[in-house]
Ligand binder design. Structure first.
Ligand code: ADP
Ligand code: MG
Length: 256
């Protein structure tokens, strides 16, 4: 098996007094595509946001390539890393959200180039070439100089994915990237994600598209009330769920 990329141990997260992650454990290998499914409020988004340090967490460990994310531990005391260090670690993962969050005043190419130039300090021409390469890969070569407002939702989401991928993250996090799209635009975005999976990109993706999760994932995680309730390969999970909760969830989902 390939090397461990992401290791989550005993992850706990509270919002005020409410515990929303209650000890999540997960080990992911390089090149794996893991889908996270589960009902609304089960903690899927929070888990991704902790990995990306968009949220603080109160307990447990997240390691990426063996590197402790977010906190330094010495003995029993735990200290948040410096903002600079957290920014560096955040760049190890790329994230795409339900909302595309493109800059409306920048063209598709400029949206993709921004992080390359500002964060990676890449020369303009090189950044432009890389942006064009990735826009081409997501099927938007001819749209490089269009503004987000001139693009469909599906096209905008593909720009957002190109923007994240262009930064060469070790791991891509997708949070319901098709949920805000009109049904006829969902397929083109899922197709892009499938292409990335085929290229060996490591991906953790929260999705409501059960058929897609079934087809693309090497493993599926079912979250329930802040813990991983069941996990396994897609066949086991979707065809022979072990827990009553997963069986119930699948009944109400779009798999059939
Ligand atoms: N910023 C926040 N403040 C307080 N509670 C939150 C916040 N974000 C999420 N929650 C709560 O945390 C729980 C998990 O939410 P979330 O991770 O968004 O679930 P999912 O993505 O599985 O729908 C929910 O009960 C939600 O209401
Ligand atoms: Mg969510």
């Amino acid at each position: 098996m390939s090397k461990v990329l992401l290791e989550i141990q005993g992850l706990r997260k509270q919002y005020g007094a409410v515990e929303v992650l209650k000890g999540v454990d997960c080990t992911m290998h390089q090149g794996e595509v893991i889908s996270i499914i589960g009902s609304s409020g089960s903690g899927k988004t929070t888990m991704l946001r902790c990995i990306n340090m968009l949220e603080d967490f109160q307990g447990g460990h997240i390691r990426l390539d063996g590197e402790e994310i977010g906190y330094d531990q010495s003995g029993s005391s735990r200290k948040r890393k410096s903002e600079k260090e957290i920014a560096r670690q955040r760049a190890l993962t790329g994230m795409a959200f339900q909302q595309f969050n493109l800059f409306p005043h920048l063209t598709a190419a400029k949206n993709v180039m921004l992080g390359l130039v500002k964060v990676k300090k890449m020369p303009h021409d090189e950044a432009r070439a890389l942006a064009e390469k990735w826009l081409d890969r997501v099927g938007l070569k001819s749209r490089a100089d269009h503004y987000p407002g001139q693009l469909s939702g599906g096209q905008q989401q593909r720009v957002a994915i190109a923007r994240a991928i262009a930064m060469a993250p070790r791991l891509m996090l997708f949070d319901e990237v098709t949920s805000a799209l009109d049904p006829e635009l969902v397929g083109e975005v899922l197709q892009v994600i499938k292409g990335l999976a085929a290229d060996g990109m490591s991906m953790l993706l929260v999705t409501h598209e059960m058929r897609f999760a079934y087809e693309v994932s090497s493993r599926v995680i079912f979250m329930n009330q802040g813990v991983i309730c069941e996990e396994g390969n897609p066949k086991e999970m979707f065809v022979k769920p072990k827990t009553e909760r997963l069986a119930e969830f699948l009944k109400t989902s779009s798999f059939n």
